[in-house]
Design a protein around this ligand. Structure first.
Ligand code: UDP
Length: 477
């Protein structure tokens, strides 16, 4: 396609939010649109320091990336930080997200210049102000929100039924009318949702702007597939606006046996050796943003050590210093069996590697989808945002994983090393782990069918492009 029959070629403008988990899937969307010839031209907006990451991800495609200057001199924000994973603390998130809104004039200057004129825009939900820019130029806007239908539907239902405010204890179970089988607690949601909307709650104020702009947009692009969560997609499309379109997983279809030989990094070679030795590896990673306290990091190290399992653990710089400190040389003790990686890895390659049989994950939605895609069961340990809901979905709704339990039995409590070791052994060798593995492989098959030609996600993306391009045409003409 790439154009609507005799009409102008389709030009899609993409604007991902500046955090890795939000940027990666929108860049994947660019690849899918171009590869399938659903778009002829793609322009991706980003900021100067995110440009190298964006350009690397788009390498080999005809998409062009345009950097808009990120505002400097914002009180509280260290200068030069243009991505949430570089923030010294996630408490600076509202300041960062509000600073992003100051890019509106430069976005509009670029939109004015773009040729051919954009057919439609897909921008991250957090960039709520892009709706106004798109409207000024008569460009329909689709929202990319990066959450599952489950998380969106359950959050919406819990909010409108008013479960998140009021005196109920954080760990007291409640249910929502539409999904009575799900036992929720306030702990499944960010604290901001149960606090009053005051100046001290800038996060909630921001979420309101996001929600209002989303409601006025022309559609919601969801990186999920209909067969995974039909009841939640159906609920959203019945109760909420705009219409959600499941077009995922937006991942490459091939499955490598070993890691890409082009990427023969130490960890890739290490995984290949594990495969040759017939060892099952646990991959442990908590995404690009979670802030894990030092005491908890130590318990993770001790848990992985005493689990007896082979593991590949990806840590961030600050965490790396904590691990180096774990009593008596943790890395020496696990050497050969466990590997700690201190750099950005190809997570998808790792999950697709034949030696990887389990994923200890914070349940960021991309990580969940990537694990499901690879047929790898998850040991769910949510840390922030909507991750507790994703963890529930993984363990209770689709059955592709187990949960790590806190020592005091609460959802956000401290996890001891011995508890973690037990859960790791259950996932890697136990009956429950085997059942989750079997289910994960079945779901991986479903995901592939949805994403392949003729599948539900394949068809939905085509229909969405058709519908939204027609809107632009009707508007102009
Ligand atoms: N990721 C990666 N290498 C890393 C760390 C993260 O490729 O070293 C990718 C991961 O595969 C996923 C994204 O970064 O696509 C993280 O998104 P997710 O939603 O899982 O978590 P977040 O970082 O948003 O908490």
């Amino acid at each position: 396609m790439g154009s609507l029959s005799s009409d102008a070629p389709i030009h899609v403008v993409l604007f991902p939010f500046m955090s890795k988990g939000h940027t990666i899937p929108i860049l994947d969307l660019a690849r899918h649109l171009l590869l399938r010839r659903l778009a002829a031209t793609i322009t991706v907006f980003t900021t100067p320091s995110n440009l190298p990451f964006v350009s690397r991800h788009l390498a080999g495609t005809s998409a062009s990336a345009v950097a808009l200057p990120f505002p400097g001199d914002i009180p509280g924000l260290p200068s030069g930080v243009e991505s949430t994973d570089a923030l010294p603390s996630m408490s600076l998130f509202p300041a960062f997200a509000n600073a992003a809104a100051l890019m509106q004039p430069s976005l509009e200057a670029e939109l004015q210049r773009l040729h051919p004129r954009p057919t439609f825009m897909v921008s991250d939900g957090f960039l709520w102000w892009t709706l106004e820019s798109a409207s000024k130029f008569g460009i329909p806007r689709l929202v990319f929100y990066g959450m599952s239908n489950y998380a969106m539907a359950v959050s919406y239902a819990s909010t409108i039924e008013n479960h998140l405010r009021g005196p109920m204890a954080e760990d007291e179970p409640f249910t929502v009318n539409a999904f009575p089988w799900i036992k929720l607690t306030k702990n499944d949601f960010e604290r901001h949702f149960s606090q009053p909307m005051t100046e001290e709650n800038p996060y909630l104020e921001f979420i309101m702007k996001v929600a209002v702009a989303m409601g006025k947009s022309n559609g919601l692009v969801v990186n999920s597939f209909q067969e995974l969560e039909p009841a939640f997609l159906e609920y959203w499309n019945r109760e909420c606006v705009p219409r959600a379109w499941c077009v995922g997983p937006l991942l490459p279809l091939e499955r490598p046996v070993a890691c890409d030989p082009q990427l023969q990094t130490t960890w890739a070679q290490w995984l290949d050796r594990k495969r040759a030795g017939g060892e099952r590896v646990l991959y442990a990673a908590f995404g690009s943003q979670a802030e894990i306290p030092a005491a908890q990091m130590r318990e993770i190290a001790l848990g992985l050590e005493s689990s007896g399992t082979s593991f590949l653990w990806v840590v961030k710089k600050r965490e790396s210093e904590i691990i180096a400190d774990v009593d008596g040389g943790f890395e020496d003790r696990v050497s050969g069996r466990g590997m700690v990686v201190r750099e950005w890895v190809g997570q998808r390659d790792i999950l697709m590697h034949e030696s990887v049989h389990g994923f200890l994950s914070h349940c960021g939605w991309n990580s969940v989808l990537e694990s499901v895609w690879a047929g790898v069961p998850i040991l769910a340990w949510p840390m922030m945002a909507e991750q507790p809901l994703n963890a529930r979905m993984v363990a209770e709704e689709i059955g592709v994983g187990l949960r790590v339990e806190a020592a005091d039995g609460t959802a956000r409590g401290f996890v001891r090393g011995e508890g973690l070791a037990k859960a790791v052994r259950e996932l890697m060798e136990g009956e429950k782990g085997e059942a989750a593995r079997k289910k994960a492989k079945e779901v991986a098959e479903m995901a592939r069918k949805a994403a392949e030609e003729g599948g539900s996600s394949w068809t939905a993306l085509e229909a969405l492009v058709e519908e939204i391009s027609r809107k632009r045409k009707d508007h102009t003409g």
